[in-house]
Ligand binder design. Structure first.
Ligand code: HEM
Ligand code: HEM
Length: 172
């Protein structure tokens, strides 16, 4: 039975938001270091080179876009809900994936917020937390992607497909 907060699948908006955020987060992980020369220059009170300012602006605005999209995503989640875990999944696996998803949400909010505090308010500790989070996110996203592929190819559940196609399309 489909209940209000346990719909048959993700909506097209939820799927779009998942993948656009995933793409932007990966981009941020790749280009993250490019903001450092400008950040260091500002911290020392010197003027960064024009190219460094451009690189910094790209990192800042892509990161702020992630925050806006993450807020939108939570709003849609609260309104529409998310599909239940596959019934055959063990309680342990359900809990693990709930914790993993919570952590991923924490990152897509926490990274832009710590970054903004470092950048706009010279809050150095936040910059350090922001940097320390990099390897943690890489591991978390790697495990999350591996779990999705394992579910699809080994367990043969529908969790990957439902994050690719809205319920209405899947049911034809
Ligand atoms: C999803 C969002 C974000 C991700 C995944 C991300 C990721 C990263 C990464 C990987 C680094 C380099 C870390 C290193 O080399 O060890 C970095 C540095 C930095 N980021 Fe971000 N970032 C995000 C958003 C933002 C935003 C929105 C801002 C500012 C408004 C920002 C400001 C900074 C600053 C100032 C640094 C340099 C920190 C330091 O050197 O202490 N970031 N970020
Ligand atoms: C930075 C990258 C990523 C982030 C931040 C992220 C975040 C999330 C979050 C928070 C959820 C839970 C959605 C909810 O129920 O509200 C989720 C679900 C999901 N993600 Fe990701 N994800 C990322 C990358 C990936 C990648 C690369 C894959 C696949 C290879 C993937 C596959 C999935 C699947 C299949 C689900 C649905 C799980 C289910 O319905 O039980 N994600 N993701």
């Amino acid at each position: 039975m489909t209940v209000a907060n346990e719909p048959a699948g993700y909506t097209g908006t939820q799927i779009f938001l998942h993948w656009i955020i995933a793409g932007l987060v990966v981009l941020q992980l790749v280009i993250g270091e490019d903001i450092k020369p400008a950040y260091r220059a500002f911290s020392r009170g010197t003027e960064p080179a024009a190219g460094d300012i451009l690189n910094a602006n790209i990192h800042v605005y892509v990161g702020l876009a992630v925050l806006v999209l993450a807020i939108w995503r939570i709003a849609v989640r609260l309104r529409h809900g998310v599909p239940a875990a596959p019934p055959e999944e063990s309680v342990l696996l359900k809990r693990t994936s709930a914790v993993a998803h919570f952590l991923l949400y924490l990152f897509i909010f926490g990274m832009p917020i710590t970054g903004a505090l470092a950048w706009y308010f010279s809050f150095r500790v936040m910059g350090e937390i922001h940097e320390l989070a990099k390897p943690v996110i890489i591991i978390a996203v790697g495990l999350h992607a591996a779990a999705a592929l394992w579910q699809h190819f080994y367990v043969k559940s529908d969790v990957l497909v439902r994050m690719l196609l809205p319920a209405a399309r899947r049911m034809g």
